[in-house]
Write a protein that binds this ligand. Sequence first.
Ligand SMILES: [Cu+2]
Length: 163
Amino acid sequence: MNRLLRVTAALFLFGTGGALAHDYKAGPIAIDHPWARATAPSAPNGAAYFVLNSVGPDGDRLLSASTPVAEKAELHTHLMDNGVMKMRPVNAIEVTPGSPAALAPGGLHVMLLGLKQPLVKGRSFPLTLVFEKAGAATVQVDVQGAGEAAPAHRAPDAGGHKP
Ligand SMILES: [Cu+2]
């Protein structure tokens, strides 16, 4: 229930158009600033990024993701293969205490396959993440400009985080 309330609060904040920091919790796993790049109208695929941190004594594993804006969401990584950057699905993304799992362009990401609509800058969409121990958590992914390499994010201690 608390999680639902937080998601609702985040949706409301986004409605006001502020570039506010937003983070979510799934059990002991903090999901910080989910974001995606805007896509071209004809782009078949997109990607979502965030940082997973274990704030408890135990880690967890992200097993899968889903979203209403795409036919399918897969956990991917990038690998160099003969000098060419390629994407490959991974079974899970490990989160261990003291070792955040950063999903970012050029590395781990949630691949959004078969977009049902373009990802438009300034909008957001729900993404449900399923963890091995913590279960499912739905976050709201903030769509940023196509060229942006990192979130337009406040400094972590600027006071924007919810308790
Ligand atoms: Cu990918």
